[in-house]
Design a protein around this ligand. Structure first.
Ligand code: URA
Length: 211
């Protein structure tokens, strides 16, 4: 059980890689590769308190009761489309995880998130659910995604991102105080276009090479 609502991963490798990702001179290929590497380091942090049990195995030398992850497989939920960038790296570290996708877009008139895709693993209530979205900006889509996961029965949820704005963290804390947020950095603010400042721009565009 994670105690803190907000965890900032201050590991030097994470901070170094994040700086290169923020630099607008970094190429699409470089950005993607760094995101994959950094997500593995963040995955290490978000899973550091997972419960273990043991199972009996034979080593080449003798039998032993060896530690193994307890309970049902984790569920990783990518919030489309930028969540997929985090998903790839996290899956490399936790290859047996179950995977779900949530697609949301913002209605131009109401500015509220609208769901266009939703497919998640079964028995969410029995799994640790890790929702993935690199940018926690206003928090609107993150809160909506967590609402949907809770409606599907999820009770043990963590939110993993790369950058967070204070506005998004506050919104998440208010709507979902039971969901710990794990991020590589807490930036200064949002600008009037909803971008994180100083940020890294549009994470989806940076990773997919779109504009
Ligand atoms: N989404 C992004 O990709 N970047 C931001 O700065 C804010 C939201």
């Amino acid at each position: 059980m994670m105690q803190e609502h907000l965890t900032i991963v201050r590991h030097p490798l994470v901070q170094h890689k994040l700086t290169i990702m923020r630099d607008k001179a970094t190429s699409t290929a470089g950005f993607r590769q760094l995101l994959r590497e950094i997500s593995q380091l963040l995955a290490y942090e978000v899973t550091r308190d997972l419960e273990l049990s043991t199972r009996l195995i034979d080593t080449p030398v003798c039998e032993m009761e060896a530690p193994t992850l307890k309970g049902k497989k984790l569920a990783l939920i990518s919030i489309l489309r930028a969540g997929n960038g985090l998903l790839d790296g996290v899956l490399e570290l936790i290859p047996s995880a179950r995977v779900g996708y949530i697609g949301l877009y913002r209605d131009e008139k109401t500015l509220q998130p609208v769901q266009y895709y939703y497919k998640v693993p079964d028995e969410l209530g029995d799994r640790l659910v890790i929702a993935l979205d690199p940018m926690l900006a206003t928090g609107n889509s993150s809160v909506a995604a967590i609402d949907l996961l809770k409606k599907s029965g999820a009770r043990n949820i963590r939110f993993l991102c790369l950058l967070a704005a204070p506005e998004g963290v506050a919104r998440m804390r208010e709507a979902h105080p039971d969901v710990p947020v794990i991020t590589a950095a807490l930036d200064e603010r949002l600008n009037d276009k909803g971008y994180i400042v100083p940020g890294l721009g549009d994470a989806g565009d940076r990773m997919f090479g779109t504009k």
